[in-house]
Design a protein around this ligand. Structure first.
Ligand SMILES: Nc1ncnc2c1ncn2[C@@H]1O[C@H](COP(=O)(O)OP(=O)(O)OP(=O)(O)O)[C@@H](O)[C@H]1O
Ligand SMILES: [Mg+2]
Length: 249
């Protein structure tokens, strides 16, 4: 589903990703962890071409991304936007639209779905994220956890083949995190292919099929949760998990 080959990305003189290569099979859930500034967000943003990169290729959901894509690649990027959904730490809902309007906007505009059908599907998605009764609420009328679940439903409305989550619960109070992680866990169980940047140990250990540790622009560990979380090989991974255990227990 995803094949990354020697992906490199610089910001000025700073190398942010350095020759990253990795594969993700359909239905895998990858927990992406590692120290701040290591390049986790940048990798996700490159996979969705929210950021161009300098070298290498990305194949994702049947779409091939290369350096220097531009307006001539609009059809490729349109396909990419439909095939890959992304959820951010800050939910980025449209503040002037209700929950259901946030969810139905892209299907109506991008895929030309009729309003009635888009609303029917949107209602089903709201039900799936546990918010069937909040369709008419505006973002400011929803808690952070509820807003994030609307953001997930909005991404799912495009019927993506891959979902990318960048610290989906970091901006939330602890009591709201579980509801959001529950939705993400359900998606993993349902066979969605996902990359999830997270500091939730439980998720990395018990839900993810694989864990990547990213440090200084490279994937320094890639293995099962048992290998990477329980028996990390690198000093950076050992320190990262030790610190996480200290702060979450
Ligand atoms: N627009 C930018 N201009 C310059 N440098 C940038 C830019 N965006 C990111 N960087 C740098 O790229 C590196 C990787 O950043 P990135 O946000 O991908 O890290 P991260 O692993 O997601 O960190 P965190 O855990 O704090 O979210 C950092 O050193 C950051 O300062
Ligand atoms: Mg980040």
């Amino acid at each position: 589903m995803i094949a990354v080959r020697t992906l490199s990305k610089r910001h000025g003189d700073r190398v942010v990703l350095e020759g990253v290569s990795a594969d993700v099979a359909r239905g895998e859930t990858i927990a992406v962890v590692g120290p701040s500034g290591g390049g986790k967000s940048t990798l996700l943003r490159c996979l969705n071409y929210l950021e161009p990169f300098d070298a290498g290729t990305v194949e994702i959901a049947g779409v091939t991304l290369r350096p220097g894509m531009d307006g001539r690649d609009r059809e490729t990027l349109r396909k990419l936007r439909c095939a890959v959904g992304m959820v951010f730490q800050q939910f980025n809902l449209f503040p002037h639209l209700t929950a259901i309007e946030n969810i139905t906007l892209a299907p109506r505009l991008v895929r030309g779905l009729a309003a009635v059908e888009a609303t029917r599907r949107g209602a089903a998605l709201l039900e799936r994220v546990g918010l069937a009764d909040r369709a008419g609420a505006y973002p400011h009328e929803l808690s952070g956890g509820q807003q994030q679940r609307v953001a997930i439903a909005r991404a799912l409305a495009q019927e993506p083949e891959v979902m990318l989550f960048d610290e989906p619960t970091s901006a939330l109070d602890p009591e709201m995190r579980d509801d959001v992680m529950e939705v993400i866990r359900d998606l993993a169980g349902g066979g969605m292919t996902m990359l999830v940047v997270t500091h939730e140990m439980h998720f990395a250990h018990d839900v993810a099929s694989r864990v990547w540790v990213i440090d200084r622009g490279t994937i320094v560990e890639d293995g099962s949760p048992q290998q990477v979380v329980d028996a990390p090989q690198s000093a950076v991974a050992r320190e990262f998990f030790a610190r996480l255990r200290r702060t979450t227990t």
